[in-house]
Structures are given as structure tokens and as C-alpha cells.
Write a protein that binds this ligand. Structure first.
Ligand code: UD1
Length: 448
């Protein structure tokens, strides 16, 4: 095999050009902002397209780095991925011979692991990198692997790769998770659509993005039903067909702009915003005193209570949907830094999601880390500009919010993290009147 690509046992992370955001804060945001398609839906939809040889077409796909990584990962497999115009992707998975998802893909994006289920179900084999290894993070994928084994797959783990085969077809199975996993549910669901027989997944994720995936799978001809809120049942089909789908709006991006308007004391209208998917978040923000009105596809945010004395301290706890999304915990913490009194924060999903609060405290927030899952925030703090470092996507966006609320200039290092998941974030903020620039690391400060 002269053209065979080597396994990459010794992985060197790709060099990413260092960029910073420079933000001059203290200006209330105002105007309208369009909400993009949901990252966490789009990635799974692109993966689902490998379940058929027919062409699938997706609209309202966010133009973000993670989508580009997924598209490139599919192309490396031999899948045709066209990008005929902005926000539109077409996927045709006729000939896929190279059933190998390398560490490069997993290192850039954990969601590449959602290819396990569909590739295994359609082609009967895949070698896929473990995104949960020590090299690139702590998060395990044991639930995904056990779900495939329950469906009859043989999976060996060697040198950081899962070698998965499904002799014959996968078999429908009763899949019981010990707790809710979003991508674990989605991997099992994707695999079950082509498995032989009946699959029950419980407890299944109830996230709107998982439901969007179900809607698309049905258009492909899959027999999938949510029979109880936490139960998904699938009767496998021998083949699925191509389909078209418009990605749902991104509730996490929407929540981020809501907090941006609130903490700058601004007034912003979100367009194409998924009010229905933001229940727990809107409830907390409303209790804290943010003015919120849901319209027909719009959310009007009034941050003026900030100027009239600040917001109210509110305890928060993240949980699987319909609870408060862990991805909205960091922006919510910025709001709590602007609330009078002490708020307690319980991050129940991930053990590394409060670490970013150390950066927020460099900007003047009064934060006490109790343990990996608990913190308290006492406000109202006068945030000030500082030099801070982004560790991950959601923390990055939240440091932008803090910088917009702060006096003076903030330099945020590691800007590339934010482009993984937010479309045109800088332009969207500029259009709302924010003074935000993106520059190569080390560039002299310019006024905006
Ligand atoms: C998805 C979202 C992410 C969000 C998270 C929780 C995508 C691409 N990402 O991530 O933005 O923050 O849901 O809402 O959709 N776990 C295990 N073993 C497993 C799988 C998960 O122990 O095999 C644990 C995780 O470490 C975590 C919890 O289960 O503590 C929930 O994680 P999970 O719902 O699987 O998150 P993701 O699907 O990876």
C-alpha cells in the first residue's frame, strides 16, 4: 500500500498562530445580533451523513473552526464534503475506504469521536483515536465504547487507538448509561439506526441538539422515537437515504450575547434566538434581574438594571438538559460578579470547568474556589482591564464578556480557542458597538 498514511503514534500538536483579543471595555452594547447555527448540532449532523452513500445537505451551519475540523476529518476518510456557499455543507459518503480517525482530529476536537457509531454501523470497522487520553484532556469515552460493545462490537484498545469491528451487523440492544452523556447517547443512537433490531437508550440526553439529530435521522428514513423524555428507542434499518436539514440556532451563543448585553448595561435584540431551549438559563438570568422578553424568534435583553444598582446574587447549579447548561456556567459567572452579594456556583458536570475563574479574578472579580465543583462569587466587583489567558472555548467567550464590562483595556491571549465555536464573534460584538480587535500576539496596541 504505497499511499497508506502512517499511524501517528508520536503526535506533535500543530502550530497554531498565537492571537490576542484586545478589548476596551466600559461601553454598553446596543443593537441587533443574529444567532448562528448550533455547533453541537452541526457536528453530529455532519457525522450522521456518513450513515448513507447518498448526498446530504445542511444549511445554517456555523462557520467555525470545529466544523472545518469535522469537514477535514471526513475528507481524510474519503468522504466528499462540499462547501458551496457560506453556512451550507453537502456531504456524500459513497466510497469510504480509509476507516481511520487519527489523533490529529481527536486532539483538535473531542467531538470527532462521534464518528465511532456511524462508521462502525455502516462499514463494520473503524480505528479511532481516544480523545480522552492524558495527552489531551481528562474526559473519558468509556460509555461510548461500552454502548458499542453492548451492540455486539469488538473493541480493542492499543497505543491510544480503539480498534473496533462489528462482524456482520451491529445488533440492537438495551443500553443503560449510569448517567447522562450527550455524545454517548448520540453515538449509540447513530449506531442503532443501522443495527439489526430494537435499541433502547436510557437515560438518554434530552439536549435540543440531540433532538435535532433525531429529526435529521428521521428524514434519512431512520425509525427513531423519544418514547419518554429520557428514553430513545430505535428500530434499525438496512439502509438510510440522503436528506436536507437546517441546523437549529445555538443556545449557547445566544446565552453568551444575553450576558454581554446585561453586564455592559446595554440593550440588545437577539435575532433567530431559541427562547424555548434556554428555559433554565433565562430563569436564572431573570431572577438575577436581567430584563428579558421572548418574541417570535427574538430575545430582547435589557441590561439597564446594572446601572440602577446591579443585579441580585443567585445560586446556580449546572445539570443535563433541561437543567442549566454547563457551557453557560462561565458567562453566568461573569453576570454573578456584577450581582450584589454572594452567589454559590455548583458545576456538577465537569471537574475542570471552574479553573477559568482564576483568570476572571485577575480582572478584579471576588472569587473563592471551594473545590473542583464548587465556587462562590461575591459582587458587585468593579472589573478592570488585565492580561488574561484563555484555556478553553467557553471560558474564552466569557473573558470577552468580562473585558467588555471592565474599565480599561484587556488583552486576552489564546484567541484561537474562541473561533472553534463562535461564528464571527468579533464582528458581531463590533456591530453592537464593542471596541474589540483581534491581533497577532506581540502586535502593538492600536485604537479601534
Ligand atoms: C457535550 C457537549 C459539550 C457540553 C457537554 C455537557 C458536544 C460536542 N459537546 O459534550 O459542549 O459541555 O455535552 O452538556 O456536544 N463521561 C464519562 N464517560 C463517557 C462520557 C462522558 O464519564 O464515556 C462524563 C464526562 O466526563 C462528564 C459527563 O459524563 O463528566 C457528561 O459528559 P457528556 O455529556 O458526555 O459531554 P460531551 O457529550 O462530551
Amino acid at each position: 500500500m504505497a499511499d497508506a498514511r502512517p499511524f501517528h503514534w508520536e503526535y506533535q500538536p500543530e502550530h497554531v498562530p498565537r492571537e490576542v483579543f484586545r478589548i476596551e471595555g466600559g461601553k454598553p452594547l446596543g443593537g441587533n445580533v443574529p444567532i448562528s447555527g448550533a455547533k453541537n448540532a452541526a457536528l453530529k449532523l455532519l457525522a450522521a451523513a456518513t450513515l448513507t452513500g447518498e448526498r446530504c445537505r445542511f444549511t445554517n451551519v456555523p462557520e467555525i473552526e470545529d466544523v472545518r475540523v469535522m469537514a477535514d476529518t471526513l475528507r481524510d476518510l474519503g468522504v466528499v464534503v462540499d462547501h458551496p456557499e457560506p453556512n451550507v455543507y453537502e456531504v456524500a459518503s459513497g466510497d469510504v475506504e480509509w476507516l481511520f480517525v487519527p489523533l490529529e482530529a481527536a486532539a483538535k476536537m473531542r467531538a470527532s469521536f462521534v464518528l465511532l457509531g456511524p462508521l462502525l454501523a455502516r462499514f463494520g470497522r473503524v480505528i479511532i483515536s481516544n480523545p480522552g487520553g492524558d495527552r489531551i484532556g481528562r474526559r473519558p469515552v468509556d460509555l461510548h465504547v461500552e454502548a458499542m460493545r453492548a451492540m455486539g462490537a469488538q473493541i480493542d484498545y492499543r497505543n491510544g487507538y480503539f480498534f473496533a469491528t462489528a462482524p456482520g451487523r451491529l445488533r440492537g440492544a438495551e443500553i443503560r448509561f449510569p448517567f447522562v452523556s450527550v455524545m454517548g447517547t448520540e453515538n449509540a443512537l447513530l449506531a442503532a439506526t443501522l443495527a439489526d433490531g430494537h435499541t433502547v437508550i436510557r437515560p438518554a440526553a434530552q439536549e435540543p441538539e440531540t433532538d435535532d439529530l433525531i429529526t435529521f435521522l428521521r428524514k434519512m428514513g431512520a425509525n427513531v422515537e423519544r418514547t419518554y423524555p429520557d428514553t430513545i428507542e430505535v428500530f434499525g434499518k438496512r439502509r438510510l437515504r440522503g436528506a436536507e436539514h437546517n441546523v437549529i440556532p445555538d443556545r449557547i451563543e445566544a446565552g453568551t450575547f444575553i450576558i454581554a448585553a446585561a453586564v455592559t448595561g446595554g440593550r440588545v435584540r437577539l435575532e433567530g434566538a431559541p427562547c424555548d431551549h434556554l428555559g433554565a438559563f433565562l430563569d436564572v438570568a431573570g431572577r438575577a434581574g436581567v430584563g428579558l422578553v421572548c418574541g417570535n424568534g427574538t430575545i430582547d435583553v435589557d441590561g439597564s438594571p446594572l446601572l440602577a444598582g446591579g443585579f441580585r446574587a443567585t445560586d446556580i447549579e449546572t445539570a443535563p438538559y433541561p437543567g442549566l447548561a454547563t457551557d453557560l456556567q462561565p458567562p453566568m459567572c461573569v453576570l454573578l460578579s456584577q450581582a450584589d452579594g454572594t452567589s454559590r456556583v455548583h458545576e456538577s458536570i465537569f471537574e475542570d470547568r471552574l479553573e477559568w475563574l482564576a483568570e476572571l479574578s485577575k480582572m478584579g472579580a471576588d472569587v473563592r474556589l471551594v473545590d473542583e465543583h464548587h465556587a462562590s462569587i461575591t459582587g458587585r466587583s468593579r472589573l478592570h482591564g488585565a492580561d488574561v489567558e484563555i484555556g478553553d472555548l467557553r471560558a474564552g467567550a466569557s473573558l470577552i464578556l468580562a473585558a467588555l464590562a471592565a474599565s480599561g483595556t484587556t488583552t486576552i491571549h489564546g484567541a484561537h480557542h474562541v473561533h472553534r465555536g463562535y461564528e464571527n464573534i468579533q464582528t458581531k460584538f463590533q456591530d453592537l458597538g464593542a471596541r474589540i480587535e483581534r491581533q497577532a500576539e506581540g502586535t502593538a496596541v492600536t485604537s479601534s
